[in-house]
Ligand binder design. Structure first.
Ligand SMILES: *Cc1c(COP(=O)(O)O)cnc(C)c1O
Length: 368
């Protein structure tokens, strides 16, 4: 039996009956841009995150970018973020003209190592941008503590963390503002691109509302140089339906993760994901670590088991950042992880039999 890395079709069968009339309604009304469904979803998503406001935007990248713009971060400013993340995190910083400053990760969690943040702070540092990578909240208390002492703002990249909790609180409401992505494969995914900013600051929220819509509050009156970055009405309608299932779908991911851990812990040199105290991991990705990664990956793919590396080339070694002056050896934990990590199949609706199939293959690779 082959096992796909991700299966989005399952979600569509679950939401189909509920989503179709809502999609039809948008098609009938033709209110494609900023229709009532957008505000309906924004209200529901803000409540879900335990935040005052949510603003739907075009993508996760734009969500981070618009937050930074609303904070007035631009050329000459520095933003501290994790060395191990999807490139969008750093790109958002670069796209507003600011400089991304990377910090190496904690090898147990793959998230930013809070103990390495302070040495990277300079007079130009404006914000810390932790990422809740793979679905595990970053260790926020020490990060918030540093930010408070050093007078910096904390912006969460929650693109992989929908629904995750840190010490009982949902990600998204832990810092000053947070960015979410609704890329189809995310824990809460649209049927296309989408994103959201969430915040408790009404002023920031109003600013994003204008920035995403050509810098305009009143049609054809433009108070600042805005952008076109709106969440589609159609996507908002679909997201409202999916949001009601998110907790259940995350619970499914957590059950699959527990089953993986039970079967794989102690097999060969495999290191299964570790969760920090107080964190509720939502397993956007199930990432294991082994020194035999390349051989294991080849073996699994040969058996029809989907697996991917997140991410094979760290940001500081990407060609796109060649002129930033980073070099091999700058972030040793991130570089080591890139050689040893492997994401196994993980998605809402993954069956126990599918998890077992993957585990059997991994165990047989290690002769266990
Ligand atoms: C997906 C992702 C983004 C970007 O989201 P898009 O909607 O694809 O623009 C940003 N940060 C992280 C950590 C992500 O995984």
């Amino acid at each position: 039996m082959s096992v796909p890395f991700v299966d989005l079709k399952w979600q569509m069968t679950i939401i189909g009956d509920e989503a179709e009339p809502r999609i039809q309604a948008v098609l009938r009304n033709c209110n494609f841009i900023l229709g009532a469904e957008v505000e309906e979803f924004e209200k529901a998503f803000a409540a879900y995150c335990g935040c005052r406001r949510a603003i739907g935007v075009a993508s996760g990248l734009d969500a981070i970018k618009l937050i930074l713009r609303a904070l007035g971060i631009g050329p000459g400013d520095e933003v501290i973020t994790a060395a191990n993340t999807f490139i969008a995190t750093a790109l958002a910083v670069s796209s507003v003209g600011a400089t991304p400053v990377l910090v190496d990760i904690d090898r147990r969690t793959f998230n930013i190592n809070p103990r390495l943040i302070e040495e990277r702070i300079t007079p130009r540092t404006k914000a810390i941008l932790p990422v809740h990578l793979y679905g595990q909240p970053a260790d926020m208390d020490p990060i918030l503590d540093i930010a408070q002492r050093r007078n910096l703002l904390v912006v969460e990249d929650a693109a992989q963390g929908h629904g995750a909790r840190y010490k009982g609180r949902r990600v998204g409401g832990l810092g000053y503002a947070a960015a979410f992505s609704f890329y189809p494969g995310k824990n809460l995914g649209a049927c296309g691109d989408g994103g959201a900013v969430v915040t408790n600051d009404e002023g920031m929220a109003d600013r994003i509302v204008a920035l995403r819509n050509y810098g305009s509050k009143v049609k054809y009156h433009h108070e600042e140089l805005g952008e076109n970055s709106r969440l589609d009405t159609l996507q908002a309608a679909i997201l409202s339906v999916k949001l009601k299932h998110l907790d259940e779908w995350n619970a499914c991911r957590r059950r699959a993760a527990a089953r993986y851990a039970e079967s794989l812990a102690g097999v060969g040199d495999i290191f299964v994901p570790e969760t920090i105290e107080g964190a509720e991991h939502v397993y956007h990705l199930y990432v294991v670590r082994t020194r035999q990664r390349d051989a294991l990956m080849k073996y699994l793919l040969g058996k029809g088991i989907g697996c991917i590396i997140h991410y094979p080339v760290p940001i500081h070694l990407q060609k796109a950042y060649a002129n930033r002056g980073w070099k091999k050896g700058d972030f040793p934990e991130t570089e080591a992880a890139a050689q040893e990590i492997l994401s196994l199949p993980m998605f809402a609706g993954i069956a126990e039999a599918q998890v077992d199939e993957v585990c059997t293959a991994v165990r047989s690779f290690f002769g266990a």
